[in-house]
Write a protein that binds this ligand. Structure first.
Ligand code: NAD
Length: 299
């Protein structure tokens, strides 16, 4: 029999992920502080919970997909959180992107109560969540990984055990370095080419057919040149991830000179009110610097 799943955090990602679990025949009990998000998934067959306690009461596995480290700490360890209502043997998987240190703290604290924990952040964006094509990077015990693999297989295509608790979040930080630098590189290319008078649509077409091709450009390039910056992945979340990365690098004494520049560019985007735009909107910072907008000519 399939384990019963509790899902907390029905936002951009959590909605598609819990929907895929329901479609695969899992019982999903859902909870979100935002009533509207919760009702959206209840319409697709989730059981509505009014508290975290109601989630843990009816679940063998609890998944969280929350914004940031403090949210996960609050839901996992805070008053009326998972630790207050969890039973011995519950399996808890946090799939949010948070600080590796917080993932380890949560696993240690809940572990004292017999709750078995994995960190399992994801990459692939909203499209990956929708199409059950996420890359899932897992930190924790091999035995737990094996037990949960059928659930992960419903959500993603590449599922990898990266090491002990916290290792999933470390690999996610590596992922976010590369994605941020891809966005900044694409933005600089489009801004310079456009200011020189070339249609950015042509730049995307050419770069996508050669060595400069990236998934970032495939997915977001055509949207950028239409001026569509609806999220997707919110810029304030990528800034959150860049803060996690810079803190982690500092602790490890690893200089990240290129990522530090991306970090400052995202800080500027947020300071100018772009936090809820897609992370591709980092191009707006470079456009303002250059005095040009990389938009397709027919617009
Ligand atoms: P989101 O803001 O759309 O969703 C988060 C949800 O959590 C919201 O519905 C919010 O109401 C809910 N929430 C917040 N605090 C809560 C609490 N205490 N109890 C219950 N619910 C609570 O965010 P998202 O885009 O779905 O991202 C979620 C996580 O996934 C983030 O850590 C993000 O970095 C990561 N992520 C997002 C993407 C993406 O493309 N959106 C891709 C990979 C990873």
């Amino acid at each position: 029999m399939k384990p019963k799943i509790g899902f907390i955090g029905i936002g951009i990602m959590g909605y598609h992920m819990s929907r895929n679990l329901i479609s695969a025949g899992y019982q999903v009990t859902a909870y979100d502080v935002f009533e509207e998000s919760l009702n959206r998934i209840v319409e697709h067959g989730a059981i509505k919970a009014n508290s975290i306690k109601e989630v843990t009461a009816d679940s063998d596995v609890v998944i969280t997909m929350l914004p940031d480290s403090p949210d996960v700490e609050k839901v996992a360890l805070g008053s009326e959180g998972i630790s207050e209502s969890a039973r011995n043997g519950l399996l808890y998987i946090d799939m949010s992107t948070i600080a590796p240190d917080t993932a380890i703290k949560v696993a240690d604290e809940l572990g004292k109560q017999g709750v078995r924990c994995l960190d399992a952040p994801v990459s692939g964006g909203e499209v990956g969540a929708q199409n059950a094509a996420l890359s899932i990077m897992v930190g924790g015990l091999q035995t737990l990984f094996d037990e949960v693999l059928p659930i992960f297989s419903v959500l993603g295509k590449t599922v990898t055990l990266c090491g002990s608790n916290g290792a999933g979040q470390i690999v996610k930080a590596c992922n976010q370095i590369q994605v941020a630098l891809n966005f900044v590189g694409m933005a600089e290319a489009l801004v310079m080419g456009t200011k020189a008078g070339v249609d950015p649509e042509i730049i995307i077409k050419v770069l996508s057919g050669g060595y400069a091709q990236t998934r970032v450009m495939d997915v977001r390039g055509p949207q950028i040149i239409k001026g569509n910056f609806a999220p997707g992945f919110k810029s304030r979340f990528h800034y959150k991830d860049l803060n996690i990365i810079m803190d982690t690098a500092k602790r490890l004494q690893v200089p990240l000179p290129a990522t530090a520049i991306a970090h400052e560019l995202f800080a500027s985007l947020l300071a100018n009110g772009g936090g809820d735009l897609d992370h591709s909107a980092v191009i707006k910072v470079l456009e303002a610097m250059a005095g040009v907008e990389a938009r397709a000519k027919e617009l």
